[in-house]
Design a protein around this ligand. Structure first.
Ligand SMILES: Nc1ncnc2c1ncn2[C@@H]1O[C@H](COP(=O)(O)OP(=O)(O)OP(=O)(O)O)[C@@H](O)[C@H]1O
Ligand SMILES: [Mg+2]
Length: 363
């Protein structure tokens, strides 16, 4: 079966600057596929090329195996012929129209009959939970409701692919969380292919089936959220997806499955790490671990290896957990501690670094 959407070697420059650089990927049908990356990395430009609002300088785009854009074959299907819905970064709903009129507009453009329009608009409004508000003028809606109108308007003509460019960025934190869940439910209910753009790692991780991390117009890594979070292939991906503790060290010994590392600024027992090959004895490395994977315990409670002795410097209560700054030799290590666990500044503790939570990077 052909992929819902295929990009092959897509390249786009504005003036001398290559904004999208040789992008190739496949979006499976029914997937929620996310482009994640910092501001300016080319997310919107890529989405606009998929929508047909921008022409690639090189490469081609296929929709269900059919070429819709190709530089070399001189093919460019106009946006309205691509059967895609799009919600823009600065989604604009028309302020002079009611909710119903806003959502009906794309159907009127397509010259559908009044009866069909009425039925389709009602159906999509109930899908996004706005059926009660169809006669409300657009300016008298909350941010979240406007967001839903934009979504309904993009869904109303039953696109094969829905393109969403940072659709939640104008909402406050609470509403964003709620809409995130609703979007996921909606996508599952409709089984629609969704291409999503965001610079928010939480959004990307929580919503997506597949994520592609972009940096300066190039793919850094692609995979499932869990794969990217747990097995980042570059420091960029690792740090973009979440907090990481990075400690300097040196390889002491290499066994078949395990590498022993001595930490530069926290001398003492060596740390056992998984051996994924490619490192040599006495090589300088960085050891990285996610703060939530480090286990903190009162000193002398620890069993087994991979323990560091330290002292609590600060403990900040942030609601769902505490964030502890722990001094270990010359290192300061951030650890997330469950809410109910209490430590005092100055208290001697021990940190357990689980062997399988560690990854090593050549310095
Ligand atoms: N029409 C244009 N003309 C010239 N430069 C452009 C144009 N559109 C985008 N750019 C530049 O291309 C780069 C990528 O822009 P793009 O809008 O794709 O980034 P983005 O990843 O969507 O960023 P953000 O997260 O801020 O929305 C930026 O440096 C931007 O200034
Ligand atoms: Mg953008």
């Amino acid at each position: 079966m052909a992929a819902a959407l295929t990009l092959r070697g897509i390249t786009k420059s504005f003036g001398p600057v290559k904004v999208v650089d040789d992008l190739s990927l496949e979006v499976e049908e029914g997937q929620l596929f996310t482009f994640l990356g910092p501001s300016g990395c080319g997310k919107t430009t890529t989405l606009r090329m998929i929508a047909g609002l921008e022409r690639p300088d090189r490469g081609e785009i296929l929709l269900k195996g059919r070429t819709i854009a190709s530089h070399s074959k001189r093919i460019h299907l106009n946006p309205e012929k691509r059967n895609m819905g799009m919600v823009f970064q600065s989604y604009a709903i028309w302020p002079t129209m009611t909710v119903f009129q806003n959502v009906a507009y794309p159907l009127e453009l397509r010259k559908m009959s009044r009866a069909v329009i009425k039925e389709k608009v009602r159906r999509v409004l109930s899908l996004v939970g706005l059926e009660e508000l169809e006669n409300r003028p657009a300016p008298r809606l909350s941010g979240g409701q406007q967001q839903r109108v934009a979504l309904a308007r993009a869904l109303v003509y039953e696109p094969e692919v829905l393109l969403l460019d940072e659709p939640l960025s104008n909402l406050d934190a609470q509403l964003r969380e709620q809409m995130r869940v609703e979007l996921k439910l909606l996508q599952r209910r409709l089984g629609i292919t969704l291409v999503y753009v965001t610079h928010d790692q939480l959004e990307a991780l929580s919503l997506s089936d597949q994520v592609v991390v972009l940096s300066q117009g190039r793919i850094e890594q692609q995979g499932t959220p869990r794969h990217l979070y747990e097995q980042p292939q570059s420091a960029f991906v690792r740090d973009f997806l979440g907090k990481t503790i990075v400690l300097e060290g040196r390889v002491q010994a290499i066994e078949v499955r395990t590498i022993q590392v001595a930490l530069t600024r926290a001398p003492g027992t060596p740390i056992d790490c998984p051996n994924h090959g490619s490192l040599a004895v006495r090589q300088d490395i960085y050891l990285s671990v996610r703060p939530e994977d480090i286990v903190i315990a009162e000193q002398d409670c620890e069993k087994g290896g991979n323990n560091l002795k330290g002292t609590i410097e600060t403990m900040l209560f942030v609601g769902d957990r505490s964030e502890c700054q722990v001094k270990v030799g010359g290192e300061k290590i951030l650890v997330y501690v469950p809410r109910k666990k209490l430590f005092e500044a100055g208290q001697a503790i021990s940190l357990h670094i689980p062997r399988d939570a560690v990854s090593l990077w050549p310095a």
